[in-house]
Design a protein around this ligand. Structure first.
Ligand code: F6P
Length: 360
């Protein structure tokens, strides 16, 4: 058996651990494993396909990023091709990709990615490729799995930042607004916000009302708390208003770039309350660094489970964390819509019980 691995979309802590888990599991069975570099660049662009064995995956479990490289602009169905007039056309090169895959003699593809890459995986499966998906994203917004790897590390990073922001907020008696990632879901904001003792958490699932946010800050002031910490998910939006965008979707299957809501909220808090307010955006810090123990273990389990799927000839599926085990679910079932924070979850209730303002 010859299996190929690909990492697509934004990186997330734990990618290397999945690669190691899959490669060692394949080698253990006497198979060979290959890595397609930079999304599908290794098959369609100028990057390469590299052989992966125990030496190549030694000592990478704890290392952030991906040894294969990644991109969120390499959809084979929307391959970006620069045109003479300076524009970029999107070309369907999926047949070419499948031909390249067959020319390498690969029997199966393990595709490690978020919703965009898993969508590509499903479409390739529909075209006859033997594909197994592995859910990766710090956003935790992929359905069918209780958790994606990378999320726990991002939450730990954001929580650590909130702890640090607290002391400076208190010293200066300021409001500190911290924008976190998460795309259209509030998992990072909610989990880090509660763990990092935020006073206000704004997330995409609950359109927020600035009156409610400022009331919370003023109530704290009346109780002698002259500082407040506000967490804003990048995808949050005011009631009746729009999300903040940094840029439109680029060619190649990329998504629109979110960002800037933290700064907008900070300006509005300062204008309405008169309190000195600062904002910061954690950005890609949340995607970097060494994966937590939870993410390492989950990623290794995902890699090994993906190879078990290949061994059992189960394709068109995504491995999934279904505590206490790791199982698999049909790819087509998980892609219908992003997994958002359920508003009736105990985590949301916990935030409310702790007196956190959720903007409503
Ligand atoms: O999906 C992961 C993620 O980090 C999102 O939280 C964020 O909106 C996006 O990727 C940022 O993408 P880029 O790396 O293209 O800036």
């Amino acid at each position: 058996m010859r299996i190929a691995l690909s990492t697509g979309g934004g990186d997330a802590p734990g990618l290397n651990a999945v690669i190691r888990g899959a490669v060692l599991s394949a080698v253990h069975r006497g198979w060979s494993a290959y890595g397609i570099q930079r999304g599908f660049g290794g098959l369609l662009g100028q990057d390469r396909v590299v052989a992966l064995g125990p030496d190549e995956v030694r000592g990478i479990t704890h290392v952030g990023g991906t040894i294969l490289g990644t991109t969120n602009r390499s959809s084979p169905f929307k391959w970006p091709v620069p045109q003479p007039d300076g524009t970029v056309a999107e070309v369907d090169r999926s047949d070419e990709l499948i031909a390249a895959f067959q020319a390498h003699g690969f029997d199966a593809l393990i595709m490690i990615g978020g919703d965009g890459s898993l969508n590509i995986a499903q479409r390739l499966y529909e075209k006859g490729l033997a594909v197994v998906g592995v859910p990766k994203t710090i956003d935790n917004d992929v359905g069918g799995t209780q958790q994606t790897f990378g999320f726990d590390t991002a939450v730990a990073t954001a929580t650590d930042a909130l702890d640090k922001v607290h002391s400076t907020a208190e010293s200066h008696g300021r409001v500190m607004v911290v924008e976190v990632m998460g795309r259209y879901a509030g998992w990072i904001a909610l989990n880090a916000g509660i763990s990092g003792s935020a006073d206000v958490i704004l997330m995409p699932e609950i359109p927020f009302d600035m009156d409610s946010v400022c009331r919370k800050i003023q109530e704290r002031e009346e109780r002698g708390r002259q500082f407040s910490v506000v967490v804003v998910a990048e995808g949050a939006a005011p009631r009746g208003g729009a999300r903040a965008l940094k840029g439109p979707a680029a060619a190649g299957g990329a998504m629109e770039r979110l960002g800037g809501m933290g700064e907008q909220v900070a300006r509005e808090i300062e204008r309405r309350t008169g309190k000195e307010t600062r904002s910061l955006t954690l950005g890609h810090l949340q995607r970097g660094g060494s994966p937590t123990t939870f993410d390492r273990l989950l990623a290794l389990r995902f890699g090994a489970a993906a190879v078990r799927c290949v061994a059992n000839k189960v394709f068109g599926v995504m491995v999934a964390y279904q505590p206490p085990g790791v199982g698999h679910v049909p790819l087509k079932d998980v892609l219908a819509k992003p997994k958002l924070v359920p508003l009736d979850s105990d985590t949301v209730s916990t935030a409310r019980d702790l007196g956190v303002c959720l903007g409503d």
